[in-house]
Design a protein around this ligand. Structure first.
Ligand SMILES: Cc1cc2nc3c(=O)[nH]c(=O)nc-3n(C[C@H](O)[C@H](O)[C@H](O)COP(=O)(O)OP(=O)(O)OC[C@H]3O[C@@H](n4cnc5c(N)ncnc54)[C@H](O)[C@@H]3O)c2cc1C
Length: 391
């Protein structure tokens, strides 16, 4: 049977970054991924990196491309009642900013770095099953082309996303906190130059919309829709008409249109599993928590988790001390719940809720009006949006 120090399940941003940080500290790991390499690289998801994520990429030697190609944004717009209002995040946070750089680009950079180390990264494995983590002999069993394999390890890192196997392996000892939202996002990627250099979050009476981008030539746009919206009912012309209706403002600003390269519907959920550590099984990223994407926190929380986890594992291997591993869950949950609160707040402030009353909508508009006219309120938004430094 093969042996490693840390068995990592999942080659999303959390698993790949954890493997990379462990490698830099001389700690061996095996990464197992159920999907194929191309699938993992092509998966279009998040695109807003907190300063802490960019600092982590740069500090660990995988930041060249994000620094070269990422787009630093110092503000965002909130649009309502036909007007756009800029929140100057950098001025309000003493110089912090976000960077627009696709999650798939982060994943591509991390896969390249992993391959260069020669440490194992297995795609298209099957039947991954964590074992023995309640005692001192954890192991990962899995199959490759139907053949059974096993890797013995000291710890198992469950970085296998919301639908993975690691969280459920911890069984009934996890406590789950959950909220599903009665709406989702219809997202498109379009071959169109962004018509605004910064993101625009719009609360429109027809529903929420978000203007975003991935590069100087590609725009990323979202529309609030039903959680089970049928894409077949959304030909390109209807998508553009709805986006224009919800995003255009009285000063004539509107998104540029172009060929739609990709479209999809995502449901919205808030979810936390506590604790994040179960004996020698450690959960990180979406395996432990999900946030609605309005606050742009999912990818960044995953990065904060693995940054803390890598330090805790390094301390264990250097000194034999379990102290940081013992603290891993409590410290992570503190950051997670703050991100949950912020993501819930952004979501409820900006979306139209089915069955809401006219009172509810007027209250939302009043909240937005207060927000853009109060330096204190804008500072609160900006601090949360750019994120606090990673521990
Ligand atoms: C459809 C979608 C759209 C999103 N859009 C946005 C967005 O617009 N903005 C935003 O901020 N956030 C968005 N998010 C959230 C963000 O992408 C996640 O928070 C982020 O991917 C978390 O990284 P992760 O590594 O923890 O999990 P994941 O990226 O989910 O990675 C987990 C990996 O584990 C693999 N895996 C699963 N099960 C197994 C198994 N049994 N064995 C081995 N491997 C397994 C998966 O294939 C995957 O590669 C989106 C998420 C989804 C699902």
């Amino acid at each position: 049977m093969r042996r490693t120090q840390v068995g990592i399940v999942g080659a999303g941003p959390a698993g790949l970054m954890l493997g990379h940080l462990l490698h830099l500290r001389g700690i061996d790991s095996v990464i197992l991924e159920v999907r194929g390499r191309e699938y993992v690289i092509d998966r279009v998801r998040a695109g807003v990196l907190e300063q802490g994520t960019v600092d982590l990429l740069r500090g660990s030697g995988v930041g060249d491309r994000v620094l070269r190609e990422g787009m630093r944004h110092e503000g965002i717009y909130l649009a309502f009642n036909g007007r756009r209002h800029r929140i100057d995040m950098t001025a309000l946070t003493g110089g912090r900013a976000i960077t627009i750089y696709g999650q798939n680009e982060v994943v591509k950079d991390l896969i390249e770095a992993r391959v260069a180390t020669g440490r194992p990264l297995h795609f298209e494995v099957g039947d991954v099953a964590p074992h023995g983590f309640e005692g001192d002999a954890p192991a990962l069993r899995f199959t490759v082309d139907g053949e059974p394999h096993e890797v013995a390890c000291d710890f198992i890192a469950g970085c296998d996303g919301f639908h993975g196997v690691c969280r459920s392996a911890a069984g009934n000892d996890l406590r789950v906190y959950e909220r599903e939202y009665p709406f989702g996002w219809l997202g498109i990627l379009a071959k169109a130059a962004p018509s605004s250099s910064e993101l625009v979050y719009s609360n429109h009476e027809r529903g929420f919309a978000l203007f975003s981008m991935r590069s100087p030539a590609v725009t990323r746009l979202y529309l609030q829709c039903a959680p089970d919206e049928d894409l077949a009912e959304w030909p390109d012309e209807r998508i553009w008409a709805e986006l224009q209706a919800r995003l255009q403002t009285d000063d004539g600003w509107h998104p540029n249109e172009g060929e739609i390269l990709q479209k999809g519907v995502t449901g919205m959920r808030s979810f936390v599993a506590e604790p994040m550590r179960y004996h020698r099984l450690l959960l990180a990223g979406d395996a432990a928590h999900i946030v609605p994407p309005t606050g742009a926190k999912g990818l960044n929380l995953a990065m904060a988790d693995v940054s803390r986890l890598a330090s805790a594992l390094a301390a264990f291997y250097e000194t034999g001390s379990m102290r940081l591993l013992d603290e891993y869950s409590d410290r992570g949950l503190r950051r997670t719940w703050r991100a949950q609160r912020f993501s819930w707040w952004m979501t409820t402030m900006l979306h139209r809720v089915p069955g809401e009353t006219p009172f509810d909508y007027r209250r939302q508009l009043a909240e937005l009006d207060y927000l853009v006219s109060s330096r204190a309120a804008m500072t609160s938004l900006a601090e949360n949006y750019v994120g606090t430094p990673f521990e």
